[in-house]
Design a protein around this ligand. Sequence first.
Ligand code: FES
Length: 145
Amino acid sequence: MEEITRKDFLHTTVNTLIGLWVAVVAVLSSYSGLRYVWPTEKTAGPSGENNLSFPLTELPEGSMKKVVIGGKPAGIIRINEKLYALSLICTHLGCIVSWHPEEKRLICPCHGGLYDINGSVLGGPPPRPLPSYEVKQSGDTVVVG
Ligand code: FES
């Protein structure tokens, strides 16, 4: 029967601990990596109605108002007195896009997806345009849906 020396025991124990530490770091790193590559869909608030309205004064020229339509984040944008209503969920992997009024573009912070004011893809990995919603002005009210 082979005898285990104190030196062998310490050597095995240290190697096992290092191996466990490397395994934990690898698992945590891959989780972070997966979260970057495959982010979860974020919502801007509680479930919303499919139709909504709000005063036009809440949407100054050039700005975007974040709303929830059918439980999903959407943006209502006012440019040159025209209204646009777009989903804010990037069609690549579901990150929330943000409005950049100086460029009149929607940009995805995750992988640089770029959309125009109509939701069309201008660049980056998104495979499809942003879905749009019906929106109109009725007097001093913005009506979506
Ligand atoms: S999630 Fe990848 S570009 Fe938007």
